[in-house]
Write a protein that binds this ligand. Structure first.
Ligand code: HEC
Length: 178
């Protein structure tokens, strides 16, 4: 009898351990599965780093600043004089291309989230990116005509988007000092 009970107890114990192992294994594999599915997510669904500043701040500190470098390069008498000057224009053109993606994200500004949701906003953001890439190529080739063309396109993009979205006073009061 005693032996019988012991056997029953130990087989219960055996089952408990068995179930425990299965649970642990299941937990582990589901973790692994989660990881691989996160890794194979398309870029558009991949988690992003949120924009910790407002679109107003990005406009002044990045977009406007970088665009002036391209406009200056196309202005008579202000053309880059040497490789260093052209490298500066290249770097600012890269900033414009990157800014297209940055402003497609809502930042901390109170209207940011509503703006970025609209198709027109996304179109202007993409145009900014494309024109930044075009200006970068133009600066690499030191092509004055292509730089002027990128500059003109930029003016149309800034003005087009501002007409639709920008109020007389920026929401955060950040303005460019020129
Ligand atoms: C996708 C839309 C969009 C594009 C493209 C865009 N802007 Fe803006 N910009 C805005 C909005 C909206 C504001 C107002 C932000 C606010 O009030 O919070 C703004 C604000 C600004 C400001 C600060 C406000 C001021 O009046 O001084 C500057 C400077 C600026 N933009 C420059 C530019 C330049 C230069 C370009 C083009 C190279 C450009 N922006 C392209 C939407 C855009």
């Amino acid at each position: 009898m005693k032996g019988d009970r012991l056997l029953r107890e130990s087989s219960k114990q055996f089952w408990r351990i068995g179930v425990f192992c299965v649970l642990v294994l299941a937990a582990c594999t589901s973790g692994v599965q989660k990881k691989t599915s996160a890794e194979s997510q398309p870029a558009s669904e991949a988690p992003t780093v949120p924009l910790g500043i407002s679109i107003n701040a990005v406009m002044v500190g990045l977009v406007d600043h970088a665009a002036h470098s391209v406009w200056d390069a196309a202005a008579p008498g202000k053309e880059p004089k040497d490789d260093k000057g052209w490298a500066e224009v290249q770097h600012h053109a890269i900033q414009l291309a990157a800014a297209g993606s940055v402003i497609a994200m809502p930042g901390t500004g109170k209207s940011d989230a509503a703006w970025v949701e609209t198709p027109e906003w996304r179109r202007y953001s993409k145009d900014l990116e494309d024109t930044g890439v075009q200006a970068w190529k133009a600066a690499q080739n030191k092509d004055m005509k292509a730089i002027a063309d990128s500059g003109d396109k930029l003016v149309a993009i800034c003005e087009g988007c501002h007409k639709l979205y920008k109020g007389d006073l920026p929401t955060e009061g950040i303005v460019h000092p020129h």
